[in-house]
Design a protein around this ligand. Structure first.
Ligand code: FE
Length: 175
């Protein structure tokens, strides 16, 4: 592209159109949703709130919420996970560290773990970015099931239809 003119004002917005094939941004003002219907139940005392369900790159960003000392099934991550604790505290049965409110966790590929919220925590909320697939496993690593961005989308569609938001409510989070 030829350089047409120089503008040294740092407050001049970008002047050109965005790439026509670029996807739309996602902006969610109430990310920690107060509307209970937005939280998708996943297991007893466990639910998630979708933020970005990235089907084109195979990952998902969500808030995981666990109440009343819930347990998240044992699972293996063949690909990395990033987590940021927004509320409460939790740990894995397989590690001796504790993820505390305000803390960040990187889970490398190869992790197999079981998330537990301790008895004295009423609620934990963690922002997780999960890549690829989660494999639910028995204590010896045998695969019992899986989740990926498509199973997450399916869960959202089913739940949002049931609570009256309509299955298409999830579409705003899909890229
Ligand atoms: Fe995990």
């Amino acid at each position: 592209m030829p350089l047409e003119e120089t503008d040294n004002d740092p407050r001049t917005p970008y002047q050109l159109p965005f790439p026509p094939d670029a996807q739309e941004e996602i902006v969610i003002p109430d990310a920690i949703a107060t509307d209970e219907r937005v939280w998708v139940p996943q297991a007893e005392n466990v639910s998630f709130r979708p933020l970005c369900l990235n089907r084109s790159q195979g990952y998902w960003m969500n808030l995981l919420r666990v109440r009343k000392s819930g347990v998240l099934s044992r699972h293996r991550h063949p690909q990395p996970v990033h987590g940021f604790v927004l509320k409460g505290r939790w740990h894995y049965l397989e590690h001796d560290w504790v993820a505390e409110e305000g803390g960040y966790v990187f889970e490398p590929p190869g992790e197999t773990h079981t998330l537990v919220v301790p008895e004295d925590v009423d609620e934990m909320i963690t922002y997780f970015q999960v890549n690829g697939v989660m494999l639910y496993v028995d204590p010896y690593g045998n695969t019992m099931g899986y989740e990926d961005v498509f199973t997450k989308i399916d869960m959202c569609r089913k739940h949002y239809a049931e609570v009256g938001l309509g299955e298409e409510y999830v579409d705003q989070f899909i890229r």
